[in-house]
Design a protein around this ligand. Structure first.
Ligand code: CTP
Ligand code: MG
Length: 594
């Protein structure tokens, strides 16, 4: 009963692998070539003991030196053929495994590209990196092992068995005793090692997680003087990994001497019973030698199986993590027959929109939002931190889908456009500035691949960053990021603005994009952006009244609800919330820009 359960569990454990092995389909030729070569190798391996027996029985016994030479040469020839087969097998299986790994990485990469923001919130970036690199390598190695061992082990054990029986069926009865004993010992060892290896993988994950957090947050750790505490945390994760690995290795280490003991006992038994048969003339010395050889081969083949099973249990954690990514459904899907017309007017309508983050409980982040932005208008969204401003604008390029109501751009529901059309029509300067490594020019051109030098310069001028760039030693060719220069927060923001401006989309959204820019520069920037864009709809998110007072319309957001809509003067006259904000900021930015 227990054995049955174990078998079922093992099969369930293997199921994860089958799901991935589909990706091997493309390499079926190599996958077939590998066992073919292996068959040659195993066949040659199986021939050797027979020749050895012949040398002993015919050559040595009769003192026939030419026979010994001939057979010896033959053995060398066979060994060379076997080696060629072995090399072919290794090459075929490693090509197949490498191709499999590369394909898997590619599938994962494509999948991640299709993910929506909500998917990415769930599967974190750092974890995705581990899955795409480490986990794929682990599975790839197992596939290679699988291709080799799963063919070699049965071939060798069955072939060895056939040969042994053909030499002397009675002596082969010894195997009836040895094989079950061996299987039992393997079963005990694997059963003990399986759970330990699972735990090893979990603890590897844990070490990775702590390390990841520390690398990402190393500046914060320094700032808060948490290094000692973090060292302790890493140390304990590291030690617990070491402990479990040591335990697992101990169990595995037990296997080898156990095997050797069984093997040596079998050899003793063969020599004993074989010796008796040699004495009575039923068997030759050479046959006994060959027999011992075959038994050894069979036992080693079984050991190979044990190793593969262990490698399997180690690969499971990785394969599961890969499957998790592959099985994740992208939450934003395109319509099969999207609207073809491009976005050029830039009219935006929110029609009784409510929004809740996927999987989040509690009150919706946005409730019953309705407003209209006419083409060419500048609309500001004002609200405290956590009011829902970013969530609101994220609905326009469909980073998330509304829970209720609808968002229209140029009179069409955003869900009816293809994502490409929609997002090409809407430019966005996100709240968190992300630049890529490469030159400044590359980073601006990112917004429009075929932008000319003049266009890039014009966008940079409008974003108030041109003067800064030309004063750099390499100007627009200055490299950023890795081994390049680093920019201040405000400089980065303005570069991100230039990147969004260069494409001149019909709608531009600035999510708190001037938070790190001083008030004076901000006023210039607003004017220059306006001049640059001409009739383009702009949505500006801000927390400062000074950033929004010149807007055609201000939407005041509080706790996910619209508190008031109107011009600065209207809101100042009517909305108590707006008055509060105005007075709390009065005397600071309000004066400077007023
Ligand atoms: N939120 C969430 N899941 C996210 C992002 C935000 O549950 N992936 C929640 C936040 O907890 C917050 C609310 O949504 O309570 C609104 O967040 P957001 O729209 O980002 O607020 P902003 O108004 O943009 O705040 P800030 O000015 O700080 O950017
Ligand atoms: Mg925000």
């Amino acid at each position: 009963m227990a054995t049955n359960n174990w078998i079922i569990r093992t099969i369930q454990r293997c199921d994860f692998m089958l799901k991935l092995l589909v990706h091997l389909r493309k390499y079926w030729k190599l996958v077939l070539l590998s066992p073919t070569c292996m068959m040659i190798e195993v066949g040659m391996d199986l021939l050797q003991p027979l020749l050895l027996a012949a040398i002993v029985d015919k050559g040595v016994a009769n003192g026939d030196i030419p026979f010994i030479m001939r057979t010896g040469l033959l053995m060398v020839g066979i060994a060379i053929i076997g080696m060629a087969g072995g090399m072919g097998g290794i090459m075929a299986s490693s090509f197949a495994a490498q191709g499999f790994g590369a394909d898997l990485r590619w599938q994962l990469f494509k999948k991640v590209q299709s993910f929506s923001f909500a998917n990415l919130d769930e599967l974190r970036t750092a974890s995705l990196i581990t899955r795409l690199t480490n986990d794929v390598t682990q599975v790839q190695q197992t596939v290679m092992m699988l291709l080799r061992a799963f063919v070699r082990a049965p071939l060798l054990s069955i072939g060895g068995l056939v040969m042994a029986i053909s030499i002397n069926a009675r002596l082969a009865l010894i195997l009836l005793v040895t094989m079950p004993l061996l299987a039992l010992s393997l079963w005990v060892v694997i059963n003990k090692a399986f759970p330990l290896f699972m735990e090893v993988q979990r603890r590897v994950d844990r070490v990775n997680a702590v390390m990841r957090e520390n690398l990402v947050g190393v500046r914060v750790i320094k700032a808060f003087v948490r290094a000692a505490k973090e060292k302790e945390r890493f140390g304990s994760a590291n030690e617990s990994l070491r402990d479990i690995t040591t335990r697992a290795s101990r169990v595995v280490a037990l296997q080898m001497p156990l095997m050797m003991l069984l093997m040596n006992l079998s050899i003793v038994a063969i020599i004993w019973f074989g010796g008796i048969q040699v004495n009575t003339g039923q068997m030759t010395v050479g046959e006994v030698i060959a027999f011992i050889n075959y038994i050894t081969q069979i036992l080693f083949a079984l050991m190979l199986v044990a190793w593969v099973l262990m490698a399997f249990s180690r690969a499971k954690a990785s394969a599961d993590r890969i499957n998790e990514v592959l099985d994740t459904e992208a939450l934003i899907r395109e319509k099969p027959d999207p609207v073809v017309s491009k976005i050029n007017k830039g009219e935006i309508v929110f029609d009784r929109v409510s929004f809740q983050y996927p999987g989040a409980g509690g009150a919706p982040v946005l409730q019953d939002i309705s407003f209209t932005v006419s083409p060419g208008e500048t609309v500001a969204i004002l609200g405290g931190t956590g009011a829902g401003k970013t969530s609101l604008v994220n609905l326009i390029p469909r980073f998330f889908d509304v829970t209720q109501g609808r968002v229209l751009v140029d009179g069409v529901d955003v869900r009816d456009y293809s994502l490409k059309t929609l997002r090409e029509g809407i430019g966005m300067v996100p709240q968190e500035t992300i630049l890529f490594s490469g030159s400044i020019e590359d980073n601006i051109r990112w917004g429009k691949e075929d932008a000319t030098g003049e266009e890039i310069e014009a966008a940079a001028k409008a974003a108030q960053i041109h003067d800064f760039i030309v004063n750099l030693p390499d100007g627009y060719q200055t490299r950023l990021g890795q081994r390049g220069i680093n920019l201040s927060g405000g400089q980065k923001q303005r570069l991100a603005i230039a990147r969004a401006l260069v494409a001149k989309p019909a709608v531009l959204i600035f999510d708190d994009s001037t938070s790190a820019v001083d008030t004076g520069t901000e006023a210039c920037l607003q004017q220059s952006v306006k001049d640059y864009l001409g009739r383009c709809t702009r949505i500006i998110i801000a927390q400062k009244i000074s950033s929004v007072m010149r807007a055609d319309k201000i939407i005041l957001l509080e706790n996910g609800k619209i508190e008031g809509i109107g011009t600065h003067e209207m809101l100042l006259a009517k909305s108590p919330v707006y008055q509060d904000i105005y007075h709390s900021q009065w005397g600071q930015e309000a004066v400077v820009s007023g």
